[in-house]
Design a protein around this ligand. Sequence first.
Ligand code: GLN
Length: 188
Amino acid sequence: YMKIGVVAFQGAVREHIEMLKKIEVQAFPVKKREELFGVDGLILPGGESTVIGKFLRDSGLGDEIVKLVKNGMPIWGTCAGMILLAKHIVNQDYVHLGLMDIKVKRNAYGGQLESFVARKPVPGISKRPLELVFIRAPYAEKVGTGVDVILELDGKVVAAKQDNMLATAFHPELTEDESFHKYFAEMI
Ligand code: GLN
């Protein structure tokens, strides 16, 4: 069985683990460096990026993740996880893992659009429209040349891939559709 860890300090951890189990991947929470041993891939869940980021720094898990990702370990960040992966955050004066060449804006959909569901097919992932759940979500204003845009919404990048890194501004784990989890498992 393929083993995928979910960083488990805070946020939508259980939902990711349940979705992975549905597609017959061995899934478990990760809080310590030792728990990364033997992991085939890692998910950074949605939640609060400042909180998860602080735990990543204090525990030393962040440094270990950076090393493993640079050595090719597949990683997927959803929502706050996308912010954690980013090399640039436009409305914050520091970054977290700084791995992915995307320029994200936190809480980018202000006011009435803070939380919403869009429905769109996702090229290469699902021909049927998928439910895209946005909760105080970021988007990427700009992506580097090495980044493949998977999906845009109103001209903003909401899903992208760079080598072994995947980022989505929305939450596939809060829907019934397993397409994104299958796509990530295939990256592994
Ligand atoms: N607004 C949150 C942040 O900045 C992300 C929200 C989410 O993950 N649903 O970290």
